[in-house]
Design a binder for this molecule. Structure first.
Ligand code: SF4
Length: 349
């Protein structure tokens, strides 16, 4: 089922699924009971452009903290709960916007009914998160190894438990640590289910490797019209997950606005330290609240032309560079002055 034809769920003040824009999620790595630290990380996510934040709820102390965290932020909050249905009931009463829990793992039908009832009453959607690493033993025995069919069968089992309780406010994720397996699984899920899909490749490693795997996996699916919300998983500062997620959406043409940064790959014609310059420019413009394209190009051959296409551009020369604004040359400056002059011009424009 194509992205826009899925069901729609409401998470706090935004929607996932149907015609809603694809959202970016991340997960705090603070202790949830440490309210100050958690709120401070949520604020950092917010500045980076995050739409939805998930919090681990491993114990009662963390569940109780949701009340204070709720008071401190309007960010849509998701509780991540495993096995203990009572924690789901606790966070539901304390202002959580969505719960990630697998009904098959919470100890029987009564518990599923209790969670479904409280979530229905409070309009709290549930994400079922099937993970290849924790597939039911029965399915591993049946299929021999994690495969799309096994992942879908697991999801169906969990979904049926909620549907039996007349609960349909569901979102679904089916993550694996293999990009091809993840892509095949979501493709199949999009044919089988009409619930919105939360995309992610899991356990992808540290920043560089993880970003590439997520971009390929999530990006492939998004380009096929599959997926309603995304989470990049990195063994890194989770703010980097948010940034990677937003870049993936932008690359897929699903999010516009903000600063688009362009720079050339450098080559034998480059006569200035373009890598340092481009890195610094990108860092200083990334959070500007402007809808602009900024280009940093290395040479006089292709540089000026490319830089002219952007709203603001630099074209490098020998130890100096040309600054261009909306197609017009502003001036030529020595390398040492180039960065500050350029940023100042963009900020004050
Ligand atoms: Fe090389 Fe110039 Fe192209 Fe940069 S813009 S890659 S320096 S030719």
């Amino acid at each position: 089922m194509a992205r826009e034809n899925t069901r729609k769920i409401k998470v706090g003040n935004l929607y996932i699924g149907g015609d809603a824009p694809v959202t970016v999620q991340s997960m705090c790595n603070t202790k949830t009971w440490d309210v100050d630290q958690t709120l401070s990380q949520i604020r950092a996510f917010q500045i980076a452009g995050c739409d939805i934040v998930r919090l681990a709820i491993p114990d009662e102390k963390s569940a109780l903290a949701i009340e204070k965290i709720r008071e401190g932020t309007d960010m849509p909050l998701v509780a991540d709960i495993h096995f203990d249905y009572r924690l789901a009931l606790m966070v539901a009463e304390r202002g959580i916007d969505k719960i990630r829990i697998n009904p098959g793992n919470i100890g029987g039908e009564d518990h599923v009914k209790a969670v479904a009832d409280v979530c229905r009453k409070r309009n709290i959607p549930i994400r079922i998160g099937v993970n290849a690493g924790s597939l039911e033993k029965r399915l591993i025995e049946k299929y021999g190894h994690p495969c799309p069919e096994a992942m879908i069968e697991s999801a169906k089992d969990h979904i049926e438990m909620l549907e039996k309780n007349d609960f349909h406010d569901i979102c679904l994720s089916l993550k694996t640590s293999s990009v091809p397996l993840t892509v095949d699984t979501y493709r199949l899920a999009s044919e089988v289910f009409d619930y919105p899909l939360h995309l992610g490749v899991t356990e992808t490693g540290t920043e560089y490797n993880g970003t590439i795997q997520s971009a390929v996996g999530i990006g492939t699916l998004l380009m096929e019209g599959i997926g309603n919300t995304i989470r990049v998983s990195l063994t890194a500062d989770p703010v980097k997950e948010v940034k990677a997620g937003i870049h993936i959406l932008k690359a897929a043409g699903l999010r516009c606005g903000g600063v688009k940064f362009v720079s050339c790959p450098t080559c034998g014609r480059t006569e200035i330290d373009l890598i340092s310059l481009a890195t610094e420019v990108e860092k200083r413009v990334e959070n500007l609240d402007k809808d602009i394209t900024v280009a940093v190009m290395g040479c006089v051959v292709n540089g000026p032309g490319e830089a002219r296409e952007a709203d603001y551009g630099i074209a490098g020369g020998v130890d100096r560079g040309l600054i261009i604004k909306k197609g017009e040359i502003v001036g030529t400056y020595p390398y040492d002055e180039l960065l500050d002059r350029f940023i100042e011009m963009i900020e004050n424009d």
